[in-house]
Structures are given as structure tokens and as C-alpha cells.
Write a protein that binds this ligand. Structure first.
Ligand code: 13P
Ligand code: SF4
Length: 353
């Protein structure tokens, strides 16, 4: 797929996207009560990503579910005893939950919520790319379809990509990486691993502008700059902390700075502010509304998750995630490798603490 074709596909998805309608305070409160009841009645647990609407994040926490980055979402859904997992996020997160928990029912407020990285990496073209490089270990980012994962040796998220690629490099393995070129570039630069990169990107993080960030940093010289590694290299270069959503939240809590410039989806501000209410958070600049910005620091697909479609799916079960059993079996292996690797990483970290 050429970059132009990729852009057209993304635009088509965006054009057909339905955003939840704004709700009054009483409508919200009524929906929230009904969602709590429906979760109990259906033996369901709500697992939400940090980029979803704060109302959804709050509900997930209050009802015993979780709000997390994509790695922790996978882990939580895998360990929880509920028979239904409701994933508020984007499709690859729902698919990951289903691959890890085939016996559970996995629902999403809308199955239409996708990701530009997933769109930009069609399974057939990816398989051709892998066939052309049989000597390379295939590492794919979690933001991909089950079919792409099924072709991989490893799945990684932004919180473990560096550690996994470093260990593969130490074993002398050459890597074929897909789909996010910015995260791939960052991992290659920091680990020195031999990595061949697929040409994909996130439409949200790609909008962060290096020049604008320099201007903002001049206004707030004491602010620490936090950057998600899906951002362009020039933006990553300016970061004090580069990390996954969880790692950036942790930085706001633990760094001594009072001010933080944050280059990731602004849905994350809810959790950052909750955990560090005394800190000041500043959005990193994008091109701005009305310019070329296609997302303006908020993922258009994460924004499709709302209280109304959340209630509807718990009550009606109509947006259920299904994964072809053969693909599931193949995609499970690289996903399990990631979970086992990160579990042993956490054990080692706990041992050294
Ligand atoms: P995290 O794994 O850091 O939560 O990122 C997922 C994502 O889609 C970022 O855009
Ligand atoms: Fe995909 Fe970017 Fe949205 Fe994350 S923020 S889900 S990478 S489009």
C-alpha cells in the first residue's frame, strides 16, 4: 500500500465514523446507573484505555474494572474472572482480549473503532513483506489485526518494545518491525538492533510539531516534556521522558517538576490530573483545528466510545468481537511470549527493588 492509498483509507474510515452525541448531566447520571446495573447483571467487567472519555474511565474504576495502557488491558482481561469483558478502546484491544480469552464473551461499544496503524498494515501485504525477509524475526506492535499478529514471532506494546527488541538483538536476531515507523525508529536508535521498518504511523501522534514544542518549551522552561514514542523523531528528541501511556502517567507522579508538556492523546489528562492534582499539564502543540490536523491530540476512534453505546452493548451484546479460531491460535503464541517476557521483567524489577 502506498502512503497515498493509506491516507485515503484512513480518510474513508474517518468519514464514516459516528461520534457519541453530547449528553446532559442528568442523561449521564441515568446512563451511568444503568451501566453499573447492566455490568452486574451480565457478569461483565469494563476495561478501558486512558484515551477514552473520562466518564468511561471513572466507571471502569468504580465498578472494579481497570483503566490502563494496552499491555495492562490485555493482562487484566486475561486474569479477571468475569465471563464477559467489555473493552472500551479500539478494535485491536478487543481482539487481543478475545485471543487471550476465547472462552469469554468480549464486547466493545463499537466494533468500528479502529486505528490508523491497523488500517495501514493489511495482512496480505504484510505477509508478502515477511516472505521477502525470511531471515528476520517478525515483531509487531499490538496495534495490528489478529491476522497480522498471526504472522508474527513477537507482539510488543510501547511499554515493552525496547526491552524485547534489545533481548532479540542480544541473541543476534535481525528484526522485521511493523507497523509504526516512529516507534520502530525510536527502538532501533535506543537499542542499536538491526530493524527493518514497515511504513505506518499514528494520525494522532504524527500531528505533534517540533517547532511548536520548542516555542512552548521557551514559555515554560521548567516544564518536563513527556512524549509517547509514536511521535515523530524531532518531537521524541525533545523529550525528558519517552514512554507508554502508563510510563508517562508515572512520570507526572514521580518527577519533581510542577509543569509537564504532554505529547500524547489528551484523554490521558484525566488520569494524570487524578493522580497528581497539584501538577500543571500542558498539551503539546499540533497544527491546530482548521489546519492540517486530522485528530488534534485526540484519537478519533477512541472518541467513538460513549456512555450510550456502552450501555447498549452490555444490554444487547450486539458488538461482540470474534476472531477466526485458526488465526487466534497463531496470534496467541506471539502474544503469550510478550506476556511471559513482561512478567519475568516485572519479577526481575521487583527482585532488584
Ligand atoms: P499504550 O500501549 O501506550 O497504551 O498505547 C496505545 C496506543 O494506541 C497509543 O496511541
Ligand atoms: Fe491508533 Fe493512534 Fe488512536 Fe493509538 S492514538 S489507537 S495508535 S490511531
Amino acid at each position: 500500500m502506498t502512503q497515498a492509498e493509506d491516507r485515503i483509507l484512513v480518510q474513508e474510515h474517518l468519514a464514516h465514523r459516528a461520534e457519541p452525541k453530547p449528553l446532559s448531566a442528568s442523561e449521564k447520571s441515568d446512563l451511568e446507573t444503568r451501566i453499573r446495573q447492566a455490568l452486574k447483571a451480565e457478569d461483565a467487567v469494563l476495561v478501558a484505555h486512558y484515551y477514552t472519555d473520562p466518564d468511561i474511565q471513572r466507571l471502569a474504576e468504580e465498578t472494579g474494572g481497570c483503566v490502563a495502557d494496552s499491555l495492562e488491558m490485555a493482562r487484566f482481561g486475561n486474569q479477571h474472572k468475569a465471563s464477559t469483558v467489555v473493552v472500551a478502546g479500539v478494535r485491536f484491544m478487543g481482539e487481543t482480549a478475545k485471543i487471550l480469552n476465547p472462552e469469554k464473551r468480549v464486547l466493545m461499544p463499537t466494533l468500528e473503532a479502529t486505528c490508523s496503524l491497523d488500517i495501514g498494515c493489511p495482512a496480505d501485504e504484510f505477509a508478502d513483506f515477511c516472505d521477502q525477509h525470511p531471515d528476520r524475526t517478525v515483531v509487531v506492535y499490538a496495534n495490528t489485526s489478529a491476522a497480522v499478529k498471526a504472522r508474527a514471532d513477537w507482539v510488543v506494546t510501547s511499554s515493552c518494545a525496547q526491552a524485547i527488541c534489545e533481548s532479540l538483538d542480544a541473541r543476534g536476531e535481525k528484526i522485521l518491525w511493523a507497523p509504526d515507523k516512529h516507534l520502530g525508529h525510536y527502538v532501533r536508535k535506543t537499542t542499536g538492533a538491526d530493524m527493518l521498518l514497515w511504513d505506518g504511523s499514528c494520525i494522532v501522534h504524527e500531528e505533534f510539531k517540533h517547532r511548536g514544542l520548542e516555542d512552548l518549551k521557551a514559555l515554560y522552561p521548567d516544564a518536563a516534556v513527556l512524549v509517547h514514542p509514536e511521535s515523530p523523531d524531532a518531537v521524541v528528541e525533545m523529550a525528558d521522558v519517552v514512554g507508554s501511556t502508563s510510563q508517562l502517567i508515572h512520570a507526572v507522579q514521580t518527577w519533581p517538576n510542577q509543569q509537564f508538556i504532554v505529547a500524547t492523546d489528551n484523554g490521558i489528562f484525566y488520569k494524570m490530573q487524578q493522580l497528581a492534582p497539584e501538577k500543571t499539564l500542558i498539551e503539546a502543540p499540533t497544527a491546530g483545528n482548521g489546519a492540517t490536523c486530522r485528530s488534534c491530540a485526540h484519537c478519533p476512534w477512541m472518541a467513538m466510545n460513549g456512555l450510550e453505546n456502552l450501555l447498549r452493548v452490555i444490554e444487547k451484546g450486539d458488538q461482540e468481537v470474534h476472531v477466526d479460531p485458526d488465526l487466534r491460535e497463531k496470534a496467541l503464541r506471539p502474544l503469550k511470549r510478550m506476556l511471559e517476557f513482561t512478567a519475568s521483567m516485572n519479577l526481575k524489577a521487583a527482585g532488584n527493588a
